[in-house]
Design a protein around this ligand. Sequence first.
Ligand code: HEC
Length: 196
Amino acid sequence: MSFLEKASILCICTLTLIACGTKPGDGEIPPGDFSARHLVAEEYVAELDSLRSTLVQGVAGQSVDAALFSEVCKPVGARAIALSEQTGWDINQVALKYRNPSHKADEQAAVIMERFIEVPELQDVWERIITGDKTGWRYFSPINVEAACLACHGDKESRPDFILEAYPEDTAYDFKVGDLRGLYTVFVPDSIDTAL
Ligand code: HEC
């Protein structure tokens, strides 16, 4: 093979690699590239958090009824479920004091949440998971209470009626601004079968 032939093959290979290259957020993750998948997990959490912050501003200062509620935390939960289905990962929000029982912190999340409470400056946590059929990494990121959250997560007695009716076992109240409300959590399996 002449030098020219070798050079053109090298050139074609390089161009193909560049063309196939993906970056996190494109929805295409290179097989086995866990660091890229971890970045995507963090992007999903940022998306859920900014969705809630935006929605909550819509109800700030207004009297809160069931219709308004559907504009705040419900879409966040729905988006987490949609992302889980889309990725095959496990994307959720969990809490020690929870309103919807499907958000009850599991054993590992409860331990991590205590760690966030003890060390408030902690930004986020990645934990290795190897249990039975689950092998991968799990991401945890704090959900903090803002003033606007108190309309529904403030004093026990001031919770809107629709919450008392819909969540008779509710314990997600008596929070103060700056408290840790819960955690976003994303389990990213090692298996590339379940990648995006
Ligand atoms: C309009 C009322 C309302 C406001 C305002 C509100 N929430 Fe919620 N929140 C709810 C309800 C109702 C649920 C249960 C949703 C469900 O069934 O998935 C909930 C659930 C949650 C959950 C999931 C855990 C659980 O307890 O089920 C988190 C985390 C949360 N809220 C955080 C916040 C934060 C942070 C704010 C402010 C930025 C906020 N909420 C503002 C009504 C509200």
